[in-house]
Ligand binder design. Sequence first.
Ligand SMILES: C[S@@+](CC[C@H](N)C(=O)[O-])C[C@H]1O[C@@H](n2cnc3c(N)ncnc32)[C@H](O)[C@@H]1O
Length: 380
Amino acid sequence: MSLFQKESVITLSCPRKLAPYLKTETEALNFKTLAFRETGLDVRGTLNDCIRLNLQLRTAHRVHYLLSETKADTPDALYQWLTGLPWESWIPRNGYVAVTSRVSHPTITNTQFANLKVKDAVVDRIRAKTGLRPDAGSETNKTVLFLFWDEQQARIFFDTSGESLSRRGYRVANTEAPMQESLAAALVMASGWKPGTHFINPMCGSGTLAIEAAMHAAGIEPAARRRNFGFMHINGFERAEYKKQRLSLRSGRTEAIAGQIIATDHAADTLEAARQNAKAAGVEDLITFVCCDYSETPLPEGEGVIVMNPPYGERLGIRHKLAETYTEIGSWMKHKAKGKTGFVITSDPGLAKRIGLKPAVNQVFFNTTLECRFLGYELY
Ligand SMILES: C[S@@+](CC[C@H](N)C(=O)[O-])C[C@H]1O[C@@H](n2cnc3c(N)ncnc32)[C@H](O)[C@@H]1O
């Protein structure tokens, strides 16, 4: 039976603190959570289900499909186990394979060594069975295998994503300190924003928060721009099924959305970059861009959220000036944004205090490696 029809464990991975949002998304696609971890969760399904997950999950980074598991005590045991698997029926014999891994095993000090063992086993097996061998290297744009190995178990997966799903492909213009797309998608969810109400994003930078909100509201799948995934480089890939899923997602999109999405930044070149990114994401017409100080951001009447990612002083801005800015943000929200819910994400607790409002929401997220607080304020 083709793996595209055969059920196995599917392990979804995400950055720390995003797993609850990933769980919500996955369950909305009718998958049952079998195991839940800080950096992901397990469900069951076929490789065709992996296509669905790859196309639709906003907070996941990778979708791994389990091929086999065992307990392996040494690199030789790992090699023996892997040469026993039917790689010749799973991987194109004239293809290209990359191996990635997460290894914490006493016999391994260098994960490259474990990757090499996997690669040798796969290539040796295919050559022995067919006389041909796939190329192997570190590029993750063809067939990708993922090894998880600790003292309890070794698990080998297809990485059906290949490149991280957070790389949506719409970031065509660069700005300083852009937010990872998966984090922005999670913050949009964490803000409780409902499409149909307003989403206001002052200090928008490259526009990631507003773009993720607009894609969500318009029903544009996060992978709309991606043309390559790991699953395409596995034997039995059903292009017709993939196209069918793509078409069905496209037919669920909406042209017009109720509620305004507004993105502002005081730097004209940054705002232009945000506009270019939004255009690449297919949502330029759904976002109103205004070049202004955050305090001049238009605030339409009615329900909505304000989500701000001001400079933290770590990478951008100067701390003592920022302290004033944070105090002014608090005052602006309190006096100008009544009726909305305001959110600020920052890595600096001292700056957060300067906002001077009592947060009703106080959640930890990681912006790359920086621990941040996502603070929410009910603005009566
Ligand atoms: C940390 S970046 C935002 C990153 C954004 N979330 C992204 O994904 O690219 C902060 C942004 O705030 C803008 N900014 C700083 N002070 C501002 C002010 N007083 N008014 C408007 N924008 C401001 C900067 O130009 C910068 O683009």
